[in-house]
Design a protein around this ligand. Structure first.
Ligand code: URA
Length: 204
């Protein structure tokens, strides 16, 4: 199971976890990122929220979901009566992957190798938090936690499980909502997202 896979390699405490995470060279993303971004939130949280990877703001600040996607997540969570502060919020991949374009850094999707390499840290966080439920937002998180991120539009709103049996509630990534071009389609997608947050919380 998860613990036997980590046995001998579990960090001693949060400080040890943070120190080791900052030194991570399991994939190449550490080379260009400012820092690794750990999850944050109460260690006794019943719910773990997993996104894709830090964005530009998260990379600079060292905190998850503080940029545009995080602000949208906060707003929709608030509107859905979802307790973000009570959840441990993290990402499937801990370093920002980007392509420089002038002064801007353009987000790039992490690939399978990067997601697999970084599952090491997600497994450690799962072992530290032992959540009752994981909310997986977007194909990267869903793929890391369930083995495949394919067909997520059909899977959203349903509950699957990690290989060690933790329930995984599937939803879309908030940055997807930001990109829906049509205003009424966007509002519908946001309403689905609010419903997913409320349903995940009700499932606890
Ligand atoms: N998007 C994510 O998936 N995670 C973050 O931390 C920020 C944006």
């Amino acid at each position: 199971d998860l613990l036997s896979r980590m046995e001998g390699d579990m960090p001693e405490d949060r400080a040890d976890f943070l120190r080791r995470l900052q030194g991570c060279t399991r994939c190449d993303l550490h080379a260009n990122a400012t820092q690794a971004v750990p999850g944050e939130g109460p260690h006794d949280a019943p719910l773990m929220v997993v996104g894709e990877q830090p964005g530009d703001q998260e990379d600079l600040q060292g905190r998850p979901f503080v940029g545009p996607a995080g602000q949208l997540f906060d707003r929709l969570a608030d509107e859905a009566g979802f307790d973000r502060g009570g959840a441990y919020v993290t990402n499937a991949v801990k370093h920002f992957k980007f392509q420089p374009r002038g002064k801007r850094r353009i987000h790039q999707r992490p690939d399978m190798g990067e997601i697999t390499a970084c599952r090491w840290w997600l497994d450690i966080e799962r072992q530290m938090i032992r959540p009752r439920l994981i909310l997986a937002m977007g194909a990267t998180a869903v793929g890391s936690l369930t083995g495949t991120g394919a067909g997520i539009l059909k899977r959203r709103g349903t509950i699957e499980a990690t290989e060690d049996g933790t329930p995984v509630f599937i939803t879309l990534h908030p940055s997807y909502l930001l990109r829906v071009p049509d205003a009424s389609a966007k509002e519908a997608a946001m309403q689905d997202f609010r419903s997913d947050l409320a349903a995940a919380q009700a499932h606890l």
